[in-house]
Design a protein around this ligand. Structure first.
Ligand SMILES: Cc1cc2nc3c(=O)[nH]c(=O)nc-3n(C[C@H](O)[C@H](O)[C@H](O)COP(=O)(O)O)c2cc1C
Length: 128
């Protein structure tokens, strides 16, 4: 495997927190995302906090977070955060987030993630 790819995989395995964001393809996450995580060590993500996010063409596929992405990270024994972030084209204008509801959701997800993130990085606990 090329060295730069190895380095990227290691960065995922060693991350203090992962934000996993994917477009919805045919009712699920894309096969490429699965392929990426097929290359991650079986025990590498145990207790890693994971914030799940997805974009889709339709609001109706928001459950991709809980029905598709969450089980994948349960397999890894990762700590998927209870709050995920789902967005559609209607939330963006010129590639910028313009939906206040989406902004609030991201804010809430970040607030909920912060304590778990700090627990993984002891130096942050000292600052807090
Ligand atoms: C092959 C393909 C399949 C898609 N399937 C779905 C789908 O099942 N449900 C959905 O809500 N959006 C679907 N979409 C829309 C994408 O999720 C949407 O275009 C994407 O989230 C936008 O992100 P991007 O601007 O980064 O591409 C599909 C798009 C493509 C190209």
């Amino acid at each position: 495997m090329p060295e730069d790819v190895e380095a990227q995989l290691l960065a995922i395995e060693k991350a203090d927190l992962l934000i996993v964001a994917a477009p919805v393809y045919r009712g699920s996450y894309p096969g490429l995302l699965k392929h990426l995580f097929d290359l991650i060590g079986l025990n590498a993500l145990i207790n890693t906090p994971v914030l799940l996010a997805a974009t889709g063409g339709s609001e109706r596929h928001a459950l991709v977070l809980d029905h598709q992405l969450r089980p994948l990270f349960s397999f890894f024994q990762a700590l998927t955060l209870p709050i995920g972030v789902y967005a559609t084209e209607a939330d963006f204008t010129d590639y910028q987030i313009t939906s206040e509801l989406l902004k609030a959701r991201i804010q809430l997800a970040a607030e909920r993630a912060a304590p778990l993130f700090a627990a993984h990085v002891p130096s942050l606990l000292k600052i807090a």
